[in-house]
Write a protein that binds this ligand. Structure first.
Ligand SMILES: *[C@@H]1O[C@H](CO)[C@@H](O)[C@H](O)[C@H]1NC(C)=O
Ligand SMILES: *[C@@H]1O[C@H](CO)[C@@H](O)[C@H](O)[C@H]1NC(C)=O
Ligand SMILES: *[C@@H]1O[C@H](CO)[C@@H](O)[C@H](O)[C@H]1NC(C)=O
Ligand SMILES: *[C@@H]1O[C@H](CO)[C@@H](O)[C@H](O)[C@H]1NC(C)=O
Length: 393
Protein backbone atom coordinates (compact mmCIF):
# COMPACT_ATOMS: atom_id res chain seq x y z
CA UNK A 1 0.00 0.00 0.00
CA UNK A 2 2.74 2.39 0.97
CA UNK A 3 4.47 1.40 -2.22
CA UNK A 4 1.52 2.47 -4.41
CA UNK A 5 0.92 5.65 -2.47
CA UNK A 6 4.51 6.63 -2.87
CA UNK A 7 4.36 6.18 -6.62
CA UNK A 8 1.21 8.24 -6.96
CA UNK A 9 2.81 11.08 -5.07
CA UNK A 10 5.83 10.80 -7.28
CA UNK A 11 3.86 11.06 -10.53
CA UNK A 12 1.81 14.01 -9.25
CA UNK A 13 5.03 15.80 -8.51
CA UNK A 14 6.17 15.18 -12.05
CA UNK A 15 3.05 16.69 -13.56
CA UNK A 16 3.24 19.86 -11.51
CA UNK A 17 6.89 20.51 -12.12
CA UNK A 18 7.33 19.47 -15.72
CA UNK A 19 5.53 22.44 -17.38
CA UNK A 20 7.62 25.03 -15.55
CA UNK A 21 10.86 23.36 -16.37
CA UNK A 22 10.51 23.52 -20.16
CA UNK A 23 13.12 26.22 -20.73
CA UNK A 24 15.60 25.03 -18.18
CA UNK A 25 18.33 22.40 -18.65
CA UNK A 26 16.19 19.33 -19.38
CA UNK A 27 14.89 17.15 -16.50
CA UNK A 28 17.34 18.28 -13.83
CA UNK A 29 14.96 19.22 -11.01
CA UNK A 30 12.33 16.50 -11.64
CA UNK A 31 15.01 13.82 -11.70
CA UNK A 32 16.13 14.90 -8.27
CA UNK A 33 12.63 14.79 -6.96
CA UNK A 34 12.00 11.35 -8.45
CA UNK A 35 15.19 10.05 -6.86
CA UNK A 36 14.19 11.57 -3.53
CA UNK A 37 10.70 10.12 -3.68
CA UNK A 38 12.14 6.74 -4.63
CA UNK A 39 14.49 6.84 -1.64
CA UNK A 40 11.60 7.67 0.68
CA UNK A 41 9.65 4.76 -0.80
CA UNK A 42 12.53 2.33 -0.33
CA UNK A 43 12.92 3.54 3.27
CA UNK A 44 9.22 3.08 4.01
CA UNK A 45 9.17 -0.38 2.43
CA UNK A 46 12.22 -1.41 4.46
CA UNK A 47 10.70 -0.03 7.62
CA UNK A 48 7.53 -1.97 6.91
CA UNK A 49 9.26 -5.26 6.14
CA UNK A 50 11.93 -5.04 8.87
CA UNK A 51 10.23 -3.47 11.88
CA UNK A 52 12.56 -1.75 14.38
CA UNK A 53 13.80 -4.06 17.15
CA UNK A 54 14.37 -1.48 19.85
CA UNK A 55 11.86 1.00 21.16
CA UNK A 56 14.23 3.92 20.55
CA UNK A 57 14.12 3.16 16.84
CA UNK A 58 10.36 3.76 17.03
CA UNK A 59 10.93 7.50 17.26
CA UNK A 60 11.91 7.49 13.60
CA UNK A 61 8.47 6.26 12.71
CA UNK A 62 5.05 7.33 13.82
CA UNK A 63 3.78 6.01 17.13
CA UNK A 64 0.93 4.36 15.21
CA UNK A 65 3.44 2.40 13.17
CA UNK A 66 5.11 1.23 16.35
CA UNK A 67 1.90 0.03 17.85
CA UNK A 68 1.32 -1.87 14.66
CA UNK A 69 4.74 -3.54 14.98
CA UNK A 70 4.16 -4.30 18.66
CA UNK A 71 0.97 -6.14 17.75
CA UNK A 72 3.01 -8.69 15.83
CA UNK A 73 4.71 -9.84 19.02
CA UNK A 74 2.96 -12.36 21.27
CA UNK A 75 1.38 -10.67 24.30
CA UNK A 76 3.46 -10.87 27.50
CA UNK A 77 1.21 -12.08 30.32
CA UNK A 78 1.69 -9.96 33.41
CA UNK A 79 2.39 -12.19 36.39
CA UNK A 80 1.36 -11.27 39.88
CA UNK A 81 4.30 -11.66 42.25
CA UNK A 82 3.94 -14.02 45.21
CA UNK A 83 4.28 -12.69 48.78
CA UNK A 84 7.74 -14.24 49.09
CA UNK A 85 8.78 -12.68 45.83
CA UNK A 86 7.62 -9.19 46.82
CA UNK A 87 9.45 -9.52 50.14
CA UNK A 88 12.60 -10.80 48.47
CA UNK A 89 12.62 -8.14 45.76
CA UNK A 90 12.12 -5.25 48.15
CA UNK A 91 15.04 -6.36 50.34
CA UNK A 92 17.33 -6.92 47.35
CA UNK A 93 16.36 -3.63 45.71
CA UNK A 94 17.10 -1.72 48.90
CA UNK A 95 20.53 -3.32 49.30
CA UNK A 96 21.41 -2.65 45.66
CA UNK A 97 20.29 0.98 45.90
CA UNK A 98 22.25 1.74 49.03
CA UNK A 99 25.59 3.40 48.26
CA UNK A 100 28.57 1.05 48.64
CA UNK A 101 30.41 1.44 51.93
CA UNK A 102 33.84 2.58 50.86
CA UNK A 103 36.44 1.53 53.35
CA UNK A 104 39.89 3.10 53.48
CA UNK A 105 41.44 -0.28 53.92
CA UNK A 106 39.52 -2.03 51.15
CA UNK A 107 40.55 -5.64 50.85
CA UNK A 108 39.90 -8.49 48.48
CA UNK A 109 38.78 -11.74 50.07
CA UNK A 110 40.42 -14.77 48.42
CA UNK A 111 38.17 -17.72 49.23
CA UNK A 112 39.57 -21.18 48.50
CA UNK A 113 37.37 -24.25 48.17
CA UNK A 114 39.52 -27.35 48.51
CA UNK A 115 39.27 -30.96 49.67
CA UNK A 116 42.32 -30.50 51.92
CA UNK A 117 45.79 -28.95 51.65
CA UNK A 118 46.42 -26.51 48.81
CA UNK A 119 49.16 -27.90 46.56
CA UNK A 120 49.91 -24.49 44.98
CA UNK A 121 50.02 -22.57 48.29
CA UNK A 122 53.66 -21.52 47.80
CA UNK A 123 52.75 -19.79 44.53
CA UNK A 124 49.99 -17.86 46.27
CA UNK A 125 52.45 -17.00 49.03
CA UNK A 126 54.73 -15.22 46.57
CA UNK A 127 51.68 -13.59 44.97
CA UNK A 128 50.54 -12.11 48.33
CA UNK A 129 54.00 -11.12 49.55
CA UNK A 130 54.36 -7.39 50.13
CA UNK A 131 50.62 -6.65 49.87
CA UNK A 132 49.66 -7.19 53.51
CA UNK A 133 46.51 -5.28 54.49
CA UNK A 134 44.99 -5.44 51.00
CA UNK A 135 43.71 -9.00 51.07
CA UNK A 136 42.35 -11.70 53.33
CA UNK A 137 42.41 -15.45 52.85
CA UNK A 138 39.72 -18.02 53.71
CA UNK A 139 39.98 -21.78 53.23
CA UNK A 140 37.03 -24.17 53.16
CA UNK A 141 38.44 -27.71 53.29
CA UNK A 142 35.68 -30.24 52.76
CA UNK A 143 37.60 -33.48 53.45
CA UNK A 144 40.85 -33.16 55.40
CA UNK A 145 42.28 -30.53 57.68
CA UNK A 146 44.84 -28.69 55.53
CA UNK A 147 48.51 -28.46 56.32
CA UNK A 148 49.67 -24.93 55.52
CA UNK A 149 53.11 -23.85 54.36
CA UNK A 150 52.39 -20.14 53.92
CA UNK A 151 51.93 -17.69 56.80
CA UNK A 152 49.07 -16.08 54.84
CA UNK A 153 47.10 -19.32 55.08
CA UNK A 154 47.82 -20.39 58.66
CA UNK A 155 44.70 -20.11 60.86
CA UNK A 156 42.56 -19.13 57.90
CA UNK A 157 40.52 -22.37 57.77
CA UNK A 158 36.81 -21.86 58.36
CA UNK A 159 34.46 -24.39 59.88
CA UNK A 160 33.69 -26.56 56.89
CA UNK A 161 31.42 -29.35 55.78
CA UNK A 162 31.40 -32.13 53.20
CA UNK A 163 30.88 -31.18 49.57
CA UNK A 164 29.40 -33.59 47.05
CA UNK A 165 30.03 -32.64 43.45
CA UNK A 166 26.89 -31.41 41.66
CA UNK A 167 24.81 -31.27 44.84
CA UNK A 168 23.53 -28.28 46.76
CA UNK A 169 26.32 -28.85 49.33
CA UNK A 170 28.62 -27.08 46.84
CA UNK A 171 26.40 -23.98 46.93
CA UNK A 172 26.26 -24.31 50.73
CA UNK A 173 30.06 -24.26 50.87
CA UNK A 174 30.09 -21.12 48.68
CA UNK A 175 27.58 -19.41 50.97
CA UNK A 176 29.45 -20.53 54.10
CA UNK A 177 32.77 -19.12 52.95
CA UNK A 178 31.07 -15.89 51.76
CA UNK A 179 29.41 -15.45 55.14
CA UNK A 180 32.76 -15.86 56.89
CA UNK A 181 34.46 -13.39 54.58
CA UNK A 182 31.62 -10.84 54.98
CA UNK A 183 32.35 -10.66 58.70
CA UNK A 184 35.34 -8.45 57.88
CA UNK A 185 33.85 -5.06 56.91
CA UNK A 186 36.99 -4.15 54.94
CA UNK A 187 36.44 -6.94 52.44
CA UNK A 188 34.93 -5.27 49.36
CA UNK A 189 35.38 -7.91 46.71
CA UNK A 190 35.04 -11.69 47.07
CA UNK A 191 36.85 -14.14 44.79
CA UNK A 192 36.03 -17.84 44.81
CA UNK A 193 38.99 -20.07 43.91
CA UNK A 194 39.82 -23.75 43.91
CA UNK A 195 42.92 -25.68 44.96
CA UNK A 196 43.96 -25.91 41.27
CA UNK A 197 43.75 -22.15 40.57
CA UNK A 198 46.73 -19.90 39.83
CA UNK A 199 47.02 -16.11 39.56
CA UNK A 200 47.78 -14.78 36.06
CA UNK A 201 49.04 -11.33 37.12
CA UNK A 202 50.89 -9.78 40.00
CA UNK A 203 48.81 -8.56 42.93
CA UNK A 204 48.42 -4.86 42.06
CA UNK A 205 46.99 -5.53 38.62
CA UNK A 206 44.34 -7.88 40.03
CA UNK A 207 43.53 -5.50 42.90
CA UNK A 208 42.95 -2.58 40.52
CA UNK A 209 40.97 -4.70 38.06
CA UNK A 210 38.52 -5.88 40.72
CA UNK A 211 38.31 -2.81 42.95
CA UNK A 212 37.89 -0.16 40.30
CA UNK A 213 34.77 -1.54 38.72
CA UNK A 214 31.21 -1.69 39.97
CA UNK A 215 30.17 -5.03 38.50
CA UNK A 216 30.61 -8.62 39.62
CA UNK A 217 32.19 -11.28 37.43
CA UNK A 218 29.54 -13.97 37.47
CA UNK A 219 29.47 -16.29 34.48
CA UNK A 220 26.02 -16.35 32.89
CA UNK A 221 24.58 -17.39 29.55
CA UNK A 222 21.45 -18.90 28.07
CA UNK A 223 21.90 -22.47 26.89
CA UNK A 224 18.76 -23.94 25.32
CA UNK A 225 20.44 -27.37 25.10
CA UNK A 226 20.30 -30.45 27.36
CA UNK A 227 23.09 -29.19 29.68
CA UNK A 228 21.34 -25.82 30.05
CA UNK A 229 17.57 -25.38 30.01
CA UNK A 230 17.21 -29.16 29.68
CA UNK A 231 17.96 -29.21 33.42
CA UNK A 232 15.15 -26.79 34.31
CA UNK A 233 12.18 -28.12 36.25
CA UNK A 234 8.78 -26.44 36.18
CA UNK A 235 8.53 -27.20 39.87
CA UNK A 236 10.58 -24.00 40.33
CA UNK A 237 7.59 -21.96 39.14
CA UNK A 238 6.28 -19.35 39.64
CA UNK A 239 9.41 -17.53 40.84
CA UNK A 240 11.95 -19.18 38.55
CA UNK A 241 10.66 -19.18 34.98
CA UNK A 242 12.29 -21.13 32.15
CA UNK A 243 13.09 -17.88 30.33
CA UNK A 244 15.29 -16.76 33.24
CA UNK A 245 17.14 -20.06 33.71
CA UNK A 246 20.87 -19.55 33.10
CA UNK A 247 24.12 -21.45 33.21
CA UNK A 248 27.65 -20.51 34.19
CA UNK A 249 30.86 -21.72 35.82
CA UNK A 250 30.78 -21.51 39.61
CA UNK A 251 34.07 -19.52 39.98
CA UNK A 252 32.77 -16.03 40.66
CA UNK A 253 34.19 -12.77 41.83
CA UNK A 254 31.64 -10.43 43.39
CA UNK A 255 31.35 -7.04 45.00
CA UNK A 256 30.16 -6.70 48.58
CA UNK A 257 26.57 -5.68 47.80
CA UNK A 258 26.15 -8.77 45.67
CA UNK A 259 27.65 -11.01 48.36
CA UNK A 260 25.08 -9.58 50.77
CA UNK A 261 22.11 -10.21 48.49
CA UNK A 262 23.30 -13.80 48.09
CA UNK A 263 23.25 -14.08 51.91
CA UNK A 264 19.80 -12.47 52.04
CA UNK A 265 18.32 -14.84 49.47
CA UNK A 266 16.29 -17.72 50.76
CA UNK A 267 13.52 -17.83 48.17
CA UNK A 268 15.51 -18.68 45.02
CA UNK A 269 18.07 -20.75 46.92
CA UNK A 270 15.34 -22.99 48.34
CA UNK A 271 13.94 -23.61 44.83
CA UNK A 272 17.35 -24.82 43.65
CA UNK A 273 17.91 -26.88 46.79
CA UNK A 274 14.61 -28.69 46.23
CA UNK A 275 14.48 -29.02 42.43
CA UNK A 276 18.02 -28.77 41.02
CA UNK A 277 19.87 -31.98 41.87
CA UNK A 278 21.69 -34.65 39.88
CA UNK A 279 19.11 -37.25 38.85
CA UNK A 280 16.06 -35.24 39.92
CA UNK A 281 13.13 -36.27 37.67
CA UNK A 282 15.61 -37.68 35.18
CA UNK A 283 17.61 -34.44 34.82
CA UNK A 284 21.20 -33.84 35.85
CA UNK A 285 20.85 -30.40 37.36
CA UNK A 286 24.10 -29.12 38.89
CA UNK A 287 23.09 -26.51 41.46
CA UNK A 288 26.39 -24.59 41.50
CA UNK A 289 26.22 -24.10 37.70
CA UNK A 290 22.72 -22.62 37.72
CA UNK A 291 21.78 -21.03 41.04
CA UNK A 292 23.90 -17.86 40.96
CA UNK A 293 23.64 -17.19 37.19
CA UNK A 294 19.84 -17.55 37.37
CA UNK A 295 19.57 -15.56 40.60
CA UNK A 296 21.49 -12.60 39.13
CA UNK A 297 19.59 -12.85 35.84
CA UNK A 298 16.39 -12.33 37.85
CA UNK A 299 17.48 -9.71 40.39
CA UNK A 300 20.33 -7.69 38.79
CA UNK A 301 21.12 -8.73 35.20
CA UNK A 302 22.94 -5.49 34.41
CA UNK A 303 25.16 -5.80 37.47
CA UNK A 304 27.16 -8.81 36.28
CA UNK A 305 29.76 -9.16 33.55
CA UNK A 306 28.39 -12.53 32.34
CA UNK A 307 31.86 -14.08 32.24
CA UNK A 308 34.14 -15.48 34.93
CA UNK A 309 37.62 -14.04 35.53
CA UNK A 310 38.87 -17.61 36.06
CA UNK A 311 39.98 -19.30 32.86
CA UNK A 312 39.52 -22.97 32.09
CA UNK A 313 40.14 -24.87 28.86
CA UNK A 314 37.09 -26.77 27.58
CA UNK A 315 38.49 -27.11 24.06
CA UNK A 316 38.94 -30.88 24.38
CA UNK A 317 35.13 -31.11 24.74
CA UNK A 318 35.27 -33.82 27.38
CA UNK A 319 33.20 -34.14 30.55
CA UNK A 320 35.95 -32.35 32.52
CA UNK A 321 38.13 -29.43 31.38
CA UNK A 322 41.79 -29.83 30.50
CA UNK A 323 44.21 -30.30 33.40
CA UNK A 324 47.68 -28.82 32.91
CA UNK A 325 50.67 -31.07 33.62
CA UNK A 326 54.23 -29.91 34.30
CA UNK A 327 55.24 -30.20 30.64
CA UNK A 328 52.28 -28.01 29.53
CA UNK A 329 53.26 -25.04 31.68
CA UNK A 330 55.28 -22.53 29.70
CA UNK A 331 55.56 -18.75 29.48
CA UNK A 332 53.73 -19.02 26.13
CA UNK A 333 50.79 -20.94 27.62
CA UNK A 334 50.22 -18.32 30.31
CA UNK A 335 50.63 -15.47 27.82
CA UNK A 336 48.11 -17.18 25.55
CA UNK A 337 45.56 -17.26 28.35
CA UNK A 338 46.11 -13.63 29.31
CA UNK A 339 45.82 -12.47 25.70
CA UNK A 340 42.15 -13.56 25.48
CA UNK A 341 39.83 -10.54 25.45
CA UNK A 342 36.62 -12.10 24.12
CA UNK A 343 34.39 -14.31 26.22
CA UNK A 344 32.96 -17.33 24.41
CA UNK A 345 30.10 -19.67 25.30
CA UNK A 346 28.86 -22.61 23.23
CA UNK A 347 25.33 -23.98 23.58
CA UNK A 348 24.86 -27.71 24.21
CA UNK A 349 22.12 -28.29 21.61
CA UNK A 350 22.75 -29.60 18.06
CA UNK A 351 23.28 -26.07 16.76
CA UNK A 352 26.34 -25.63 19.02
CA UNK A 353 25.76 -21.91 18.73
CA UNK A 354 28.81 -19.85 19.67
CA UNK A 355 27.98 -16.76 21.73
CA UNK A 356 30.90 -14.38 22.07
CA UNK A 357 31.19 -10.86 23.38
CA UNK A 358 34.15 -8.59 24.16
CA UNK A 359 35.37 -8.46 27.76
CA UNK A 360 34.61 -4.86 28.68
CA UNK A 361 36.12 -3.34 31.80
CA UNK A 362 34.51 0.06 32.47
CA UNK A 363 33.73 0.22 28.77
CA UNK A 364 37.26 -0.69 27.60
CA UNK A 365 38.16 -4.04 26.08
CA UNK A 366 40.61 -5.77 28.44
CA UNK A 367 41.92 -9.28 29.05
CA UNK A 368 39.10 -11.46 30.41
CA UNK A 369 41.07 -13.58 32.85
CA UNK A 370 42.87 -12.90 36.13
CA UNK A 371 43.12 -16.52 37.32
CA UNK A 372 43.26 -19.92 35.65
CA UNK A 373 42.60 -23.52 36.58
CA UNK A 374 43.21 -26.55 36.51
CA UNK A 375 46.89 -26.79 37.36
CA UNK A 376 48.06 -30.12 38.83
CA UNK A 377 50.34 -30.15 41.91
CA UNK A 378 53.35 -31.11 39.76
CA UNK A 379 53.22 -27.71 37.97
CA UNK A 380 54.25 -25.82 41.13
CA UNK A 381 58.00 -25.63 40.56
CA UNK A 382 57.69 -24.41 36.97
CA UNK A 383 55.06 -21.86 37.98
CA UNK A 384 57.23 -20.52 40.81
CA UNK A 385 60.15 -20.27 38.42
CA UNK A 386 58.30 -18.25 35.76
CA UNK A 387 55.76 -16.37 37.94
CA UNK A 388 57.59 -13.04 38.12
CA UNK A 389 58.13 -13.20 34.37
CA UNK A 390 54.61 -14.12 33.16
CA UNK A 391 52.68 -12.07 35.71
CA UNK A 392 53.86 -8.70 34.37
CA UNK A 393 50.98 -7.24 32.32
C1 LIG B 1 28.80 1.58 37.04
O1 LIG B 1 29.29 2.89 36.98
C2 LIG B 1 29.04 3.53 35.77
C3 LIG B 1 29.67 4.91 35.81
O2 LIG B 1 30.48 5.10 36.91
C4 LIG B 1 27.54 3.63 35.53
O3 LIG B 1 27.29 4.23 34.30
C5 LIG B 1 26.95 2.24 35.56
O4 LIG B 1 25.55 2.30 35.43
C6 LIG B 1 27.30 1.53 36.84
N1 LIG B 1 26.82 0.16 36.75
C7 LIG B 1 26.26 -0.47 37.77
C8 LIG B 1 25.87 -1.87 37.52
O5 LIG B 1 26.08 0.05 38.86
C1 LIG C 1 24.87 -9.47 30.96
O1 LIG C 1 23.76 -10.03 30.29
C2 LIG C 1 22.51 -9.37 30.58
C3 LIG C 1 21.43 -10.07 29.81
O2 LIG C 1 21.36 -11.41 30.12
C4 LIG C 1 22.58 -7.92 30.17
O3 LIG C 1 21.40 -7.26 30.56
C5 LIG C 1 23.78 -7.25 30.84
O4 LIG C 1 23.90 -5.94 30.38
C6 LIG C 1 25.05 -8.02 30.55
N1 LIG C 1 26.15 -7.42 31.30
C7 LIG C 1 27.07 -6.64 30.74
C8 LIG C 1 28.10 -6.05 31.64
O5 LIG C 1 27.09 -6.43 29.55
C1 LIG D 1 49.44 -20.20 21.92
O1 LIG D 1 48.54 -19.75 20.93
C2 LIG D 1 48.98 -19.96 19.60
C3 LIG D 1 48.01 -19.29 18.68
O2 LIG D 1 46.69 -19.51 19.04
C4 LIG D 1 49.11 -21.46 19.36
O3 LIG D 1 49.56 -21.70 18.05
C5 LIG D 1 50.08 -22.04 20.36
O4 LIG D 1 50.14 -23.45 20.22
C6 LIG D 1 49.68 -21.70 21.78
N1 LIG D 1 50.75 -22.13 22.68
C7 LIG D 1 50.51 -22.73 23.82
C8 LIG D 1 51.71 -23.14 24.59
O5 LIG D 1 49.39 -22.95 24.22
C1 LIG E 1 59.92 -13.77 29.97
O1 LIG E 1 60.58 -14.90 29.39
C2 LIG E 1 60.47 -14.93 27.97
C3 LIG E 1 61.06 -16.23 27.44
O2 LIG E 1 61.56 -17.04 28.43
C4 LIG E 1 61.16 -13.72 27.39
O3 LIG E 1 61.06 -13.75 25.99
C5 LIG E 1 60.48 -12.48 27.92
O4 LIG E 1 61.18 -11.34 27.47
C6 LIG E 1 60.45 -12.47 29.44
N1 LIG E 1 59.58 -11.38 29.84
C7 LIG E 1 59.79 -10.65 30.92
C8 LIG E 1 58.76 -9.60 31.21
O5 LIG E 1 60.76 -10.78 31.65
Amino acid sequence: MKFEKGWRLGSMGDMQILPGSRHRPPMKKPTWIIVLVLLVCVFLICAYMYPPQSSSACYIFSSRGCKHFANWLPPVPAREYTDDEIASRVVIKDILNSPPVVSRKSKIAFMFLSPGSLPLERLWDSFFQGHEGKFSVYVHASKHKPFHVSRYFVNRDIRSDQVIWGKISMVDAERRILANALQDPDNQHFVLLSDSCVPLYHFDYIYTYLMHTNISYVDCFKDPGPHGNGRYSERMLPEVEAKDFRKGAQWFSMKRQHAIIVMADHLYYSKFRAYCQPGFEGRNCIADEHYLPTFFQIVDPGGIANWSVTHVDWSERKWHPKSYRAEDVTYQLLKNITSVDVSVHVTSDEKKEVQSWPCLWNGMQKPCYLFARKFTPETLDTLLHIFSNYSAP
